[in-house]
Design a protein around this ligand. Structure first.
Ligand code: C5P
Length: 223
């Protein structure tokens, strides 16, 4: 079977990771969550008491850290200097921190190198902000998922509540998402944007299954 690459980009809460995971299972290809890498850099910065907006310190720090992804039964685990940090990178603080560190070119260059390395070896479905525009501009399939900010905030809020976080409010989640939208779209280096050849899907009033099925149909039709 020919190696394929699928890029799924879009803002936080548009459904990228859930849908990419479903498609990865259905098609039997690797799913790479690139956001987890920026989250891991943010975790390291916070642990080292480096301000996530301190570009100079971050560009030095990223030079000396080792980030690796492993797969167990198709599930992605992410390691920071050999430590599995998968369960430690989903807090609201890390979400904002990830968006801050993702502005720094040195950080991005290192993460993108790892992402391209993985995609060079195997078929992948990769989700992020710059996959179709920058990481894998030659990907055969590119999708850009969007949804209204209200809907995205509600999805994230419900997700966090289901995970057992209690001290969050819908308003805070919405503010965090708006902060990241703005930060991610306005940065200079590889900002969040739709590739000219990406298919845009507004998921606001669609179910996860409907979106996944739509994408799978498009891929199968063209294969
Ligand atoms: O997708 P996720 O919410 O885990 O991403 C966390 C942050 O990492 C995003 O807000 C964005 O700033 C950054 N990111 C990025 N490029 C990617 C993936 C994530 O800049 N390809």
């Amino acid at each position: 079977q020919k190696k394929i690459s699928i890029a799924i980009d879009g803002p936080a809460g548009a459904g990228k990771s859930t849908i990419a995971k479903m498609i990865s299972k259905e098609m039997g290809i690797v799913y790479l969550d690139t956001g987890a890498m920026y989250r891991t850099v943010a975790l390291k910065a916070i642990r080292d008491q480096i301000n996530t907006t301190d570009r100079d310190s971050l560009s030095k720090m990223v030079d000396s850290i080792d980030i690796a992804v492993n797969y167990i039964d198709g599930e992605q685990f992410i390691c920071l200097n050999g430590e599995d940090v998968t369960s430690k990178i989903r807090t609201p603080e890390i979400s904002i921190g990830a968006s801050n560190v993702a502005v720094v070119p040195e950080v991005r260059i290192k993460m993108v190198e790892l992402q391209r390395q993985i995609a060079s070896k195997t078929s992948v479905i990769m989700d992020g902000r710059d996959i179709g525009t920058y990481v894998l501009p030659d990907a055969q399939y590119k999708f850009f998922l969007t949804a209204s900010v209200e809907e995205r905030a509600l999805r994230r809020y419900n997700e966090q509540i289901a995970k057992g976080y209690k001290d969050i409010s819908l308003d805070n989640v919405k503010n965090d998402i708006e902060y990241r939208d703005k930060n991610d779209s306005s940065r200079e280096f590889a900002p969040l944007s739709k590739a000219a050849d990406a298919i845009e899907i507004d998921t606001t009033s669609l179910s996860i299954d409907e979106v996944a099925q739509r994408i799978i149909n498009i891929i199968r039709k063209e294969m």
